[in-house]
Structure formats: structure tokens, C-alpha cells
Design a protein around this ligand. Structure first.
Ligand code: MN
Length: 129
């Protein structure tokens, strides 16, 4: 069982991600406002952070950089989820400090596999779009 922080502003996605993670035996906690995400991560001490990229106020990319710069959270694996996969997005997401990238609408199998890989400390398997 792993503690997984979800940062996502869409209620349906939160429900989907939480249901999937609970089904795999994990303990998810979700925040909808990226402005509170860093504090939530500090107090929850997650084993993995799953963050949307398209967030109001503080974008997912900024949040990833903030987590990477935080003394307590710097080594927590981060999985980004995004609706847009424009050319260069994956590079920007990885450059910000996320280890993995899953595009929406998510494949349930791919989502679960990526979560397991990151929790096991493995690099993400290559996505065949
Ligand atoms: Mn969003």
C-alpha cells in the first residue's frame, strides 16, 4: 500500500484515479487546488504524486518544479497527467522533474502500470501512442 497524492481540478478524474488506486490497494488523497498542493504534500508525505498539468492558479509544471525544490519532497516520484500532448510537452514535463507522463483520456492499464513502475523505482515504460 502506498500513499498517493492526487492534484487534479476535475471531479470525475479525481473519482476515477481514486477508485483505481484504491482497487490496487493504495491510499489516495486528492487536492483540487494547486495552491494548497505543496502544503498537502508536506503533511501527507506521499510515496507518489500524480498531478494534472492543466490546473488553475499554479500550473502542474510549476507545481512539479516546486516539489523538486522542496527539501522534504525532492525525491518523491511524480507522474504527470495531461489532456494535451503537443510536441515538446513531454520534454517540458520531464525537464520540470516528473518521472512519468500519461495522456488523457487515460488508459486504465497504462495508468496502473505506470503507478506500479514508479513505486517500484523503475523508469516509465515507453508509451506507444
Ligand atoms: Mn485540469
Amino acid at each position: 500500500m502506498a500513499k498517493i497524492l492526487i492534484v487534479e481540478d476535475n471531479a470525475l478524474n479525481i473519482k476515477l484515479f481514486c477508485d483505481l488506486l484504491v482497487a490496487h490497494g493504495h491510499e489516495p488523497e486528492a487536492v483540487t487546488d494547486s495552491r494548497t498542493a505543496l502544503d498537502a504534500a508536506r503533511s501527507f508525505s506521499p510515496d507518489l504524486v500524480i498531478t494534472d498539468i492543466q490546473l488553475p492558479h499554479v500550473s502542474g509544471l510549476e507545481l512539479i518544479q516546486m516539489i523538486r525544490s522542496d527539501e522534504k519532497l525532492a525525491k518523491v516520484p511524480i507522474m504527470a497527467v495531461t489532456a494535451y500532448s503537443a510536441r515538446g510537452d513531454e520534454e517540458r514535463i520531464r525537464a520540470a522533474g516528473a518521472q512519468a507522463y500519461v495522456s488523457k483520456p487515460i488508459s486504465v492499464a497504462r495508468f496502473a502500470q505506470t503507478v506500479n513502475d514508479l513505486l517500484a523505482g523503475k523508469p516509465q515504460t515507453v508509451e506507444h501512442a
